[in-house]
Design a protein around this ligand. Structure first.
Ligand SMILES: Cc1cc2nc3c(=O)[nH]c(=O)nc-3n(C[C@H](O)[C@H](O)[C@H](O)COP(=O)(O)OP(=O)(O)OC[C@H]3O[C@@H](n4cnc5c(N)ncnc54)[C@H](O)[C@@H]3O)c2cc1C
Length: 433
């Protein structure tokens, strides 16, 4: 192959996890290539623009690290581009709401400042293995194939195609292979908040029931998730879910996106005609593609279980805190549940071992491909957690290269110490409660 590139670290995927991994590794002085298949960083955050960063405040304290830094940068802008708000939905703690375009621009700038070589519109396709090592990765952009040879590969692709091809075992969805619904979101702007949010039911269920019975809304829209957007008079509509879609199949994703957009336009029309406050509002920030919640979950040295969560386990190798409910979205039927898993004010941590495969010695992964059982997965997948998982792998890459060892032999104490030094709260002796 003509085009060959070298790096210390190859990060695959520029979602919240890939952002965390690449910035953290770059700041350690490593030569980092970040490949993102689309034209923007953010991943799901870019596909469902304006989606709040949830579970950022376990025990009412920000999780810190890169998430804290990004939030602070946005909050300190004039005018501020982010703020902490209570979530209107049951069992979710406070969340961070932000201006989507300013946030993604700031993330890109943080990547640049960390010296990361960001390659948009470029995909990792196939690993070449040498025993238990990924020797190089075949990639593709509009000019054709190229290879990246990297000492460490961090898979932050959400779907784990590369890891699966490298031989990492995985499971899909719940134990029967059902995955959560994929979602097209949008904003309405020009909404009279006072009129709309005078409604006591956060799901606007009786309005939705009428729309469904009159065949003006899809039957899966029994609950309308309408939340105040960051800018006054804007409303984020996170309601249109398409079920039974294989998020690793581009054809299925294209079809689901088209179907989702159709239902979004139908819903926008319904909001204008039926929901107080929307009569002169209009749609903006429609998803460019559906947001995919769940595909593969890779097997790692440790699998997080729902029992771990319920006990509020704080692992010796915990790398980020979480208090998200079990946020299940239409996995096997049209139900949407978000049951609390820890008591209010409590939290659990996500262990580093759930980001480390047993069988490939220079590979880590982070984000929604974390190793978790189906119920635990429904809680651990928040964007603040994904970003901090990434941050941990970026630091771990530096430690691994320094020790000239394998990722499995990482000095966990040094990792936790460095994460704490970088402001990640609630780990080890600095537990939040
Ligand atoms: C509809 C929806 C609503 C949600 N609501 C919330 C919420 O309110 N609050 C919250 O905190 N979390 C929420 N979540 C969960 C959260 O958004 C995700 O779990 C999180 O964003 C996943 O981040 P990630 O970086 O692991 O993966 P992704 O965001 O999926 O990013 C993966 C990236 O990798 C790229 N990629 C994939 N394959 C390749 C390849 N081979 N080469 C190069 N690039 C590749 C993709 O293009 C993508 O940009 C929601 C998720 C969805 C889908």
């Amino acid at each position: 192959m003509d085009r060959q590139e070298q790096a210390d670290v190859l990060v695959v995927g520029g979602g919240t996890a890939g952002f965390g991994a690449a910035v953290a590794a770059g700041r350690q002085g490593l030569n980092v290539i970040l490949l993102e298949a689309t034209s923007k960083v953010g991943g799901v955050m870019a596909f469902c623009p304006g989606m709040p960063w949830g579970a950022a405040y376990p025990a009412d304290k920000i999780i810190g690290g890169l998430m804290g830094e990004l939030t602070e940068r946005l909050e300190k802008m004039h005018p501020p581009a982010a703020e902490k708000r209570p979530c209107t939905l049951a069992n979710f703690g406070p969340e961070i709401i932000y201006d989507h375009d300013i946030a993604t621009l700031t993330m890109f700038e943080m990547l640049e400042d960390a010296g990361v070589n960001v390659r948009l519109n470029a995909s990792a396709i196939e690993p070449t293995m040498e025993g238990s090592l990924i020797k190089e990765v075949c990639c593709f952009d509009r000019n054709g194939p190229f290879t990246v040879t990297a000492a460490i590969v961090i898979d932050c692709s959400g779907d784990g195609d590369l890891s699966a091809k490298a031989g990492v075992p995985y499971s899909v969805g719940d134990l029967k292979g059902n995955t959560m619904g994929v979602t097209c979101s949008f904003h309405m702007v020009g909404v009279n908040w006072d009129e709309t949010f005078a409604e006591p039911d956060p799901y606007f269920s009786h309005f939705a029931a009428k729309g469904i019975s009159e065949d003006r809304l899809h039957p899966d829209l029994a609950k309308l998730y309408l939340m105040k957007g960051f800018h006054h008079g804007s409303v984020f509509c996170n309601s249109v879910h398409v079920r039974g879609v294989d998020g690793t199949n581009p054809v299925a994703i294209g079809q689901a996106t088209q179907e989702g957009r159709r239902r979004c336009h139908q819903l926008a029309q319904f909001l204008r005609s039926d929901i107080p406050g929307f009569s002169t509002a209009y749609m903006t920030l429609l998803s460019p593609t559906v947001g995919v919640r769940e595909t593969r979950k890779l097997e790692a040295v440790y699998k997080i279980t729902s029992e771990d969560l319920a006990k509020g386990t704080k692992f010796f190798d915990g790398i980020v805190c979480c208090d998200n409910p079990i946020d299940n979205v239409m996995r096997s039927d049209s139900s949407m549940t978000h049951e609390a898993i820890v008591d209010e004010g409590s939290y659990y941590t996500i262990p580093f071992r759930s980001l480390m495969p047993a069988n490939v010695t220079n590979l880590m992964f982070a984000g929604r491909i974390v190793c978790a059982d189906p119920m635990a997965f429904a809680s651990v997948r928040g964007m603040p957690q994904c970003m901090t998982m990434g941050q941990a792998t970026g630091i771990a890459a530096a430690l691994t290269l320094k020790s000239k060892s394998t990722v499995q032999a990482i000095d966990i104490k040094a990792l936790i110490k460095e994460l704490s030094r970088q402001g990640v709260n609630g780990l080890g002796e600095s537990a939040l409660i």
